[in-house]
Write a protein that binds this ligand. Structure first.
Ligand code: HEC
Ligand code: HEC
Length: 305
């Protein structure tokens, strides 16, 4: 046990020495200016290296003790429940929620004619409020054609390519984010559906990824989001990591972002090898997270710190 703790401390110090502003490590410091994004919590962001070290070591040490304990279904709580009153108020008031601007943009893209000879989304699907109601609640869905899960973003892109003759959009493209926000918003207040039984093997793959230690910190998602969820670290409560509000408006990003962007942030924070947007790994993680959050209420567009 002691040897393991010392090894953990050495690893944490090695990581910290690379975290100073200015240190450039490619993907690992993705758009963070050398700061650890995703982990640790806001309270220790940019805080002293000592507090950061204490946080990492605390997580590592307790992670050594307990393996893969998951939050019981009845104890699940949205990240919303852990937010400050101000951030909650911002999410609750549609006129103050910046995510609603993206939903409005999405409505404009939905009705816009992409070209004279191509139909708009509305041209085929009519009013999104009617045709897209409850759709996002069952994504990632089982795609018969590929016999694998397809994300909502992937499904929208398929219509763009096959029905409109347009190109694929990147996950973080504002048009795709807006269309995804518009569609997911039509499921606000609805429970995340029980998954299609054919998704079972992909949920299992996602679960293994979720429970697998990876990266220089040798942590798994489960260590932070199940074993340490709800604990206060540097003044911030660690969320359980549920995908209920996506796409979200994240204050730290000052922008909308997809669930996969959030997952990639956590993977960078773990100093793990990152998977590209749309990769089988990230889709499997999404599929597992949706299963883990089945029955929880969709909040799109959520606001997160
Ligand atoms: C070292 C701890 C840590 C690890 C490991 C970690 N995360 Fe996170 N994660 C966080 C923190 C902290 C936040 C919240 C950040 C914030 O609000 O500023 C977060 C946020 C999230 C959210 C957003 C929840 C919401 O309410 O919107 C999801 C989903 C998530 N993580 C999934 C994952 C997955 C999947 C993995 C494994 C690939 C993972 N995380 C690994 C610390 C971690
Ligand atoms: C030319 C007609 C056409 C256009 C244009 C079109 N779609 Fe579709 N879309 C379809 C058809 C057909 C389906 C498959 C319906 C089914 O599976 O029952 C579909 C399916 C979907 C689904 C999956 C629905 C579900 O229940 O799982 C989504 C989401 C979607 N389209 C979004 C869009 C968006 C966003 C646009 C505009 C960017 C768009 N579509 C443009 C014809 C179209």
């Amino acid at each position: 046990m002691l040897r393991a703790m010392r090894a953990a401390l050495a690893r944490a110090c090695a990581v910290l020495s690379r975290l100073r502003p200015g240190a450039s490590r490619g993907d690992a410091v993705e758009k963070t200016g050398g700061r650890l994004e995703g982990a640790p919590p806001a309270g220790v962001r940019g805080g002293s290296p000592v507090r950061l070290a204490a946080w990492v070591v605390a997580v590592l040490v307790s992670a050594l003790v307990a393996e893969a304990q998951v939050v019981a279904p009845e104890k699940r709580r949205s990240g919303y429940a852990d937010m400050s009153a101000t951030t909650k108020a911002m999410q609750d008031d549609d006129t103050a929620n910046p995510g609603m601007l993206s939903v409005l943009d999405g409505a404009a893209f939905w009705s816009a004619m992409p070209r004279r000879d191509a139909n708009s989304c509305a041209g085929c699907h009519g009013d999104a409020k009617v045709s897209m109601k409850g759709v996002a609640a069952r994504y990632p869905a089982f795609d018969e054609r590929t016999a694998s899960p397809i994300t909502l973003e992937g499904r929208i892109n398929r219509c763009r390519v096959e029905r409109q003759g347009l190109g694929d959009l990147d996950y973080e493209n504002v048009v795709l984010l807006a269309l995804t926000a518009l569609i997911a918003h039509q499921s606000r207040g609805q429970p995340i559906a029980e998954p299609d039984p054919r998704l079972a093997p992909f949920i299992e793959t996602g679960r293994k990824l979720y429970e697998r230690r990876q990266g220089q910190l040798n942590l798994a998602c489960v260590h932070c989001h199940d074993q340490h969820a709800g604990q206060k670290l540097g003044g911030v409560v660690m969320p359980q990591g549920h995908p209920t509000g996506y796409p979200i408006y994240r204050l730290e990003w000052q922008a909308m972002g997809s669930l996969q962007r959030r997952l990639r942030n956590c993977l960078s924070g773990m100093r793990a090898e990152n998977s590209p947007f749309g990769s089988t790994e990230l889709v499997a993680l999404e599929t597992y997270l949706a299963w883990r959050a089945r029955g929880m209420t969709i909040e799109t567009p959520a606001v997160r710190p």
